[in-house]
Design a protein around this ligand. Structure first.
Ligand code: IPE
Ligand code: IPE
Ligand code: MG
Length: 258
């Protein structure tokens, strides 16, 4: 692990503990797609007597850590909910700071994405983003498009209702009856496996208009940890928890074990 992301992992006790948790994960039962609602930045900052934007800035390190953890494990798809369609209702100062932070982060991290062979994708109504943010995003997507180790999906100006609506609009006028496969293929996540695990930080127990269709059978994991405190250890815990679940898909438990 000689890459830039690993720097700063200097606490020996924590390292041993992280490694033990990681080693307990069954690599044969990894979720093929993990979706994360990164929540709690504002409260994290408030606890420290700082402005909300301080929390967003510190959340970037968690994004780095979790992206690296997912790639190292071999998770093929990681989706991060970074800005919802509802988040435009926040004070303009915060929205602008988030958009600028996005540009700065994308520009700063592109080299690391390349080095780690990670492809960047974005979903949501990107045309409504400020043009600097949109441009930075499009060029990072273009630059990383041939990378194969993992796909990192940023959900930006995204909402599940928006996604389903735009899919229906795409299919409007179809000459035959629309099937579930047609609809899935018109969503912004077309071609990706549905998220098998959805993690939400900060103690909120709701979906906040994220993947409404795609999470039909997703396993949910909620933690009180605030996003800027979320580290590899927490991510591994979520995966371990996922691996204890019996995914029945409507069947009985006996059908699965017999
Ligand atoms: C999540 O943290 C980040 C975004 C929604 C952009 P919040 O900013 O929602 O933090 P809290 O929920 O107010 O603590
Ligand atoms: C959900 O978090 C959106 C993102 C993490 C981008 P919010 O903090 O905006 O969610 P609500 O409004 O509290 O449900
Ligand atoms: Mg929040």
């Amino acid at each position: 692990m000689a890459d830039k992301w690993s720097a700063g992992n200097s606490c020996t006790f924590a390292t041993v503990s992280v490694d033990t948790t990681k080693a307990a994960i069954d690599p044969g039962k990894l979720p093929q797609h993990i979706a994360v609602i990164m929540d709690g930045n504002g409260r994290w900052a408030k606890q420290k007597g700082k402005p909300r934007v301080f929390g967003h800035k510190n959340g970037v390190e968690s994004v780095r850590q979790i992206t690296e953890a997912a790639a190292e494990l071999g998770v093929p798809y990681l989706s991060l909910y970074a800005f919802s369609t509802e988040n435009w209702s926040r004070p303009a100062l915060e929205v602008n700071a988030l958009m600028s932070l996005l540009v700065a982060t994308i520009k700063k991290e592109i080299e690391t994405l390349q080095k780690n062979n990670i492809r960047l994708q974005a979903i949501g109504d990107l045309s409504r983003l400020p043009s600097k943010t949109h441009q930075a995003l499009l060029s990072a997507i273009e630059e990383t498009k041939a990378n194969t180790r993992m796909t990192l999906v940023l959900a930006l100006n995204y909402s599940g209702k928006w996604d389903i609506t735009q899919a229906v609009n795409k299919l409007r006028g179809a000459s035959s009856e629309i099937t579930q496969d047609d609809l899935a293929g018109a969503l912004s996540t077309a071609g990706m496996p549905d998220p098998e695990l959805m993690i939400r930080t900060s103690g909120e127990v709701r979906i906040s208009n994220f993947f409404l269709w795609q999470l039909a059978y997703g396993e949910f994991y909620f933690t009180d940890v605030l996003w800027p405190d979320f580290r590899k250890q927490h991510f591994y815990q979520a995966i371990l928890d996922f691996q204890t679940r019996q995914r029945r898909f409507g069947k009985t438990g006996e059908q699965l074990t017999s």
